[in-house]
Design a binder for this molecule. Structure first.
Ligand code: APR
Ligand code: MG
Ligand code: MG
Length: 198
């Protein structure tokens, strides 16, 4: 386990910690950009009220609700749909970096990350609801965005996306998930990461 990483059980047994849960929702797709560049997967992120990109989710109180029930509650507010997230969707838990605005010390704030694959039609439904009926739309959540996974001839796409600013460890959660779930070839990801740092 990488440093700062905890199992779900260890995280829940840590006394006096605040917890936040976020989820990456994704689907397969046959859509092609310009009719020739395969999009391959739709991955949902959001533009947050603070101008940073992040995953849907938020603070959860494990004394009052399970992590997954709390995450589903956050998703109803931010996405306007009832999506059940289960323990099987849990990917990792880790201490937030000491610089996180939500924590006074690195050990007091734990972020839990989930990944859930859904159907393309459900992705569209989430996007519709997030822009219409979601209670957080227009204030806490400014809009949903899809992550471009391809690289265009001019070097745009994933590398440009990764050069934006992200909340907390959302950028590494995204990059790690692209690899772990085989959503982008390692060498393509490596290229995109190298370009995004220029
Ligand atoms: N990785 C790590 N930390 C994250 C991530 C992430 N992917 N996303 C968010 N965070 C941290 C941020 O520091 C954030 O403040 O977790 C905290 C809680 O997540 P939010 O999604 O912002 O929480 P939410 O419950 O949806 O919002 C409630 O929290 O951010 C504050 O004041 C803000 O009104 C907002 C309130
Ligand atoms: Mg919220
Ligand atoms: Mg949130």
């Amino acid at each position: 386990m990488a440093s700062g990483q905890l199992s779900r059980a260890e995280a829940l047994a840590s006394p006096g910690c605040r917890h936040a849960c976020h989820v990456m929702l994704f689907s397969d797709t046959k859509i092609q950009l310009f009719g020739r560049i395969p999009i391959r997967h739709i991955i949902l992120m959001q533009m947050r009220f603070d101008g940073l990109l992040g995953f849907p989710g938020g603070f959860v109180n494990p004394l009052k609700e399970t992590l997954e029930t709390g995450l589903s509650r956050e998703l109803s507010e931010e996405l306007g749909v009832a999506l059940q997230i289960s323990v099987e969707d849990h990917v990792d838990s880790c201490h937030a970096p000491a610089s996180s605005p939500s924590s006074s010390s690195s050990s007091r704030f734990i972020t839990h990350f989930y990944v859930k694959k859904i159907e393309e039609e459900q992705i569209r439904e989430v996007e519709r609801a997030a822009a219409t009926t979601a209670t957080d739309h227009g204030h806490e959540v400014l809009g949903m965005v899809r992550v471009p996974l391809y690289t265009t001839k001019g070097g745009g796409g994933l590398s440009s996306f990764l050069s934006h600013s992200f909340i907390g460890n959302a950028r590494s959660q995204l990059v790690n998930t692209l690899l772990r779930f085989n959503l982008v070839a390692p060498e393509e990801l490596h290229k995109a990461l190298t370009h995004s740092m220029k």
